[in-house]
Write a protein that binds this ligand. Structure first.
Ligand code: 4FV
Length: 238
């Protein structure tokens, strides 16, 4: 079971994330443990302050190291009491490694992930030196906070957990699993506004269907994400 800890100044933002769909099932089946920590509970500064003005001047505020440090230490203490050793502390930030499916597969292999949600202009750099194991970015754009990026990881990780998504098989052949995009999907009715479902999918011939889907995945990837094919070919050369 993966334990997910989140450190944020807006804990209520996570109230509903496990109340819908597949994530709700994971909670019902107790397949993951979810702890939301309010950063302000760990500050030693007056008025529950967790930020300060940047040294060297400039706009905005910076998150101070002490509250983050104490929040992470609190979670690590809990881990040691529960003999949880295999964990990583992850800061969500635009400076991070770009999130990919294989990173989500790595996270689900751990016992615990600690997600730090940045706000303001970012966090004091000494946080990286002292307690951040990985910086992760969900994309090259700037958001108001790390909470939504943390939810992206939570959603992507929980659906990879054993027993969350129905037939394991559906995880096996999805986009990015083999650096390929998915094949086109169709469902009833067979004819919609004059557009028909490809005959092969109605043939019942599983070999022909599988070949068609492989071909369509490749075609889709060539058109929409040729960069993935270069990655794939580099991997094969290795
Ligand atoms: C972000 C991203 C992101 C930057 C300033 C929060 C914001 C504020 N996090 N991927 N893109 N974070 O924009 O992860 O502190």
């Amino acid at each position: 079971m993966l334990k997910i800890d989140v450190i944020t100044i807006f804990p209520q933002l996570f109230d509903n994330i496990l109340e819908y769909g597949v994530l709700k099932e994971s909670k019902a089946k107790q397949l993951c443990e979810f702890n939301i920590h309010n950063l302000r509970d760990f500050t030693k500064a007056r008025h529950k302050k967790v930020d300060d003005r940047p040294f060297g001047g400039g706009p905005g505020m910076v998150m101070t190291a002490q509250p983050l440090d104490d929040a992470v230490s609190f979670i690590k203490d809990q881990n040691s009491k529960r003999n949880i050793k295999n964990f990583k502390t992850i800061l969500l930030s635009p400076q991070g490694q770009k999130l990919q499916q294989k990173m989500l597969r790595y996270f689900v292999s751990l016992e615990n992930i600690i997600l730090i949600c940045g706000r303001y202009e970012g966090v004091d750099e000494r946080a990286m030196d002292l307690f951040v194991d990985m910086e992760v970015s969900i994309g090259d754009y700037v958001l108001t906070g790390g909470e939504i990026p943390a939810m992206v990881i939570i959603d992507g990780v929980i659906r990879l957990m054993e027993g969350v998504v129905g037939k394991e098989q559906s995880l096996e052949n999805e986009s990015f699993e083999h650096d390929l995009l998915d094949f086109p999907q169709y469902t009833r009715p067979e004819m919609y506004k004059g557009l028909v479902v490809p005959e092969v999918l109605l043939s019942g011939n599983h070999k022909r269907i599988q070949d068609w889907r492989k071909e369509k995945s490749l075609e889709n990837t060539k058109i929409k994400r040729p960069d993935l094919l270069n990655k794939k070919s580099c991997k094969n050369e290795q």
